[in-house]
Design a protein around this ligand. Structure first.
Ligand code: FES
Ligand code: MG
Length: 593
């Protein structure tokens, strides 16, 4: 026992602060201030792992706010397993509160956590995930630092309800906006409908970016099995907090670090899982970013290679019918993983935070409701993954082809021999403000053969990149029953929107990408059979427009110093919108200050 204590004392990096016999002066200094709220010297020198709890919840971040309470149960688990928990805040991110966009702060939250984990006496960390960008930001940091790490989600909200109808957060906004534009509902009803979709603590209850990323954190192996879908107010959520606290202490003793979990195979599994759950179009940006921080080769083409042919099993909004509470009751992600393992769609041997393999974790899981989690033979959609497109306007863009509605297909069948090939005139918007100002302008002559283009909305152009490509047609077309037009853009789309947009065009217009060359009325051909989007312009014309563009200021001035740093360093959405200069720092926990 004494030998074990000694070897632990040698192994834990927190000893370098709290119990370094070679440097008693500094040890005293490090100890002194951590005693002043009641911790004792005995505890801090008892060779117990010091477990950080990276707190993302606060009054500013309502989605993750329940983590403030949950941290108490995590601490109970840490203490019962023989560790000492130290909770600390990281930079806040609230998807719906941060202007110009929450995406601007994903890398900032990542940086803030990296610096904390590097510079303080911590042996491991619990990542409190939830709202969209908090999950990737914390996983990116954990991958870079490589201390034992475990993710714990705040969980989704309960199902939304409005006058007896099931309404999903985020998703209902797109629908309510259309109804309001058409004059079907007044402003008061618009707000009530939207508020009804968010009935409790927790993150979005649709299969938007938050639930997608938490499911993928579990599929990657970074979260206890069965935990991603537990609604925030359920008792199992707090029980899972306790188990998470216990498990992270064991992970320190096992030296189970993220590099053993975040392997190439685990990322391939996450791509397959994303299709199976009908996941957000934001997943490639975030998963590719986590891979970059983990030092794993993964690119945008992998999303098509591993994910496109995978059927969608989870029947949740925005593409399906149900919400997260139904998903959880139907068996949750565990049931999906079991189906994927049984059908050899994922690699069953990847290691997870339990220390066991993916297959071992889910061997007893069951689908409880086959209308919510469909069997493989009767999916919500076949080929539910992303199509990766290219052409003379961009190197890559993504499209969730399974989101193309029957109405949309029927309309293009009527004017084309092939509904997968469409040529239309573009109407170009330079950012969301331009779109909102001009979309109803009759002089633009937007009709059913128009293609709406959103540019200067990428990571540089609208710093962080805006969720704006899913543009709705003008009110006069909506009233004629045309609920969607083809859209192309260098920004993103909300994970709660089911629009079949061509998104994340890389490189973006603000970097000189081809969307910057388009003018209203140009013809663009979308050919889904060949995965291409091309402007029907000669090479000479494109070249001369490109030369003229070089003279122009492509994007607006920065409003803050962080925006300037961000724009100077960020990569394309296809590459995860990471800072390439940051991702080269890996295994940071090994180097001490
Ligand atoms: Fe926070 Fe959707 S807005 S999870
Ligand atoms: Mg969003």
């Amino acid at each position: 026992m004494k030998d074990k204590q000694m070897s632990l004392k040698k192994k834990l990096r927190s000893r370098d602060w709290f119990d370094d016999p070679l440097n008693p002066g500094m040890t005293a200094l490090y100890l002194e201030r951590y005693l002043n709220y009641g911790l004792t010297v005995e505890e801090l020198q008892s060779a117990r792992p010091i477990i950080g709890i990276a707190q993302t919840g606060s009054d500013l971040v309502p989605c993750n706010r329940s983590h403030v309470e949950m941290a108490k149960r995590i601490k109970d688990g840490v203490r019962d397993a023989g560790g000492i928990a130290i909770e600390f805040p990281v930079h806040p991110i609230q998807e719906t509160g941060r202007r110009p966009t929450a995406a601007l702060d994903r890398n900032l939250q990542c940086i803030s956590l990296i610096e904390i984990l590097h510079g303080y006496p911590l042996d491991a960390v619990v990542l409190t995930t939830g709202c969209d960008k908090t999950t990737p930001a914390l996983l990116m940091a954990a991958a870079s630092v490589n201390l034992p790490s475990i993710a714990f989600s705040c969980g989704p909200m309960l199902n939304g309800d409005y006058k007896g109808r099931c309404v999903g957060s985020g998703t209902v906004i797109w629908e309510a906006r259309k109804a309001h534009s058409k004059g079907e509902i007044d402003y008061e009803e618009f707000i009530s409908l939207v508020a009804g979709s968010a009935p409790s603590a927790g993150h979005c209850n649709t299969m938007g970016t938050a639930l997608t990323m938490n499911c993928l954190a579990e599929a990657l192996g970074m979260m206890l099995p069965g935990s991603a879908s537990i609604p925030a107010p359920y008792r199992e959520r707090a029980q899972m907090a306790y188990h998470t606290g216990k498990r992270i202490v064991e992970m320190v003793h096992e030296d189970l670090t993220p590099d053993k979990i975040l392997t190439r195979e685990a990322f391939e599994n996450s791509i397959v899982t994303c299709s199976a759950i009908g996941g957000s179009t934001n997943a490639p940006v975030h998963i590719n970013a986590i891979a970059k921080h983990a030092g794993v080769e993964l690119d945008i083409q992998d999303w098509q290679s591993y994910g496109q042919k995978v059927p969608q099993l989870v029947n949740c909004q925005p593409v399906g019918k149900y919400l997260s509470e139904d998903f959880h009751k139907a068996g949750g992600l565990s049931a999906v993983m079991k189906t994927l393992v049984d059908n050899q769609l994922v690699n069953p041997t990847t290691v997870t935070v339990t220390g066991k393999t993916l297959a071992e974790n889910y061997q007893h899981s069951l689908v409880i409701n086959e209308d919510v989690i469909k069997p493989l033979e009767k999916p919500v959609n076949s080929d539910a993954g992303l199509m990766v497109l290219s052409g003379n306007l961009f190197d890559s863009a993504i499209m969730k082809t399974s989101a193309i509605t029957q109405e949309f297909k029927a309309r293009y069948l009527s004017n084309s021999d092939n509904p997968n090939v469409f040529t239309g005139n573009v109407i170009v918007f330079n950012g969301p403000e331009h779109y909102h100002r001009d979309i109803e302008n009759p002089e633009l002559k937007i009709d059913e053969n128009s293609i709406l283009v959103m540019r200067y909305a990428g990571p540089i152009g609208y710093p962080g990149s805006a969720e704006v490509v899913n543009m709705q047609p003008p009110g006069y077309l909506l009233k004629k029953g045309i609920s969607a037009l083809p859209t192309i853009g260098d920004g993103r789309q909300s994970g709660t929107s089911g629009s079949p947009s061509i998104l994340n065009c890389s490189p973006e217009a603000a970097r000189g990408g081809g969307l910057a060359l388009l003018k209203n009325g140009d013809k663009v051909k979308i050919d889904l059979n060949n995965h291409r989007v091309d402007a029907l312009l000669s090479e000479d014309e494109l070249r001369s427009r490109y030369d003229a563009l070089k003279e122009k200021q492509l994007y607006p001035e920065s409003q803050t110093w962080w925006q300037e740093i961000y724009k100077e360093n960020v990569s394309d959405l296809a590459d995860g919108a990471v800072f390439e200069r940051m991702v080269k720092y890996r295994n940071i926990s090994k180097g001490l200050p």
